[in-house]
Design a protein around this ligand. Sequence first.
Ligand code: MG
Length: 203
Amino acid sequence: MKLICIGRNYTDHIKELENDKPTDPVVFLKPDTSILLKKQPFFIPDFSDDVHHEVEILVKINKVGKHIAKKFAHKYYDQLGLGIDFTARDLQAQLKAKGLPWEKAKAFDGAAVIGEWLSKTNFEDVNNINFSLKKNEELVQSGNTSLMLWKIDEIIEYVSKYFTLKIGDIIFTGTPAGVGKVITNDKLKGFIEDKQLFSITVK
Ligand code: MG
């Protein structure tokens, strides 16, 4: 399985990193080895002094598809979740400056947190979901899927032009503003609406 990640999908986050607003979705992949194993702490890798949390809504693909039209995209997922796209911001900045791929900064072991899954039937409208991240009980990120530049069905249409989507593939849909550095002993808790979907400790 693969993790397909969208970057720069919320205007407020584009501003905080002083990035340009993209004309097409920014897409990158993480390998399955980047998934943080359940109940394990997240270990800050020794090649970074500035690992950031990015809380994101996740979509789990449940049907094989390629060239999926937006109007049919809703048939390709029935579960939504919440995760963290951990990013070695210092390394990413170096790679971006040189025009190089981001994988070393985004796809390292443990860089993908995947919380509990919720059935899509829990949601009246997938384009109006509140989600948030607390760090040490303080709210640091909050967003609503209505604020995505590319909505879930548009993301599925776009990425399936390039990649065949397979059962179990997971899409990270991008982060809102409030990304920030994690340090040892931080505790991160992620929520969709009022429901906690993950809790992890940083080591
Ligand atoms: Mg991200």
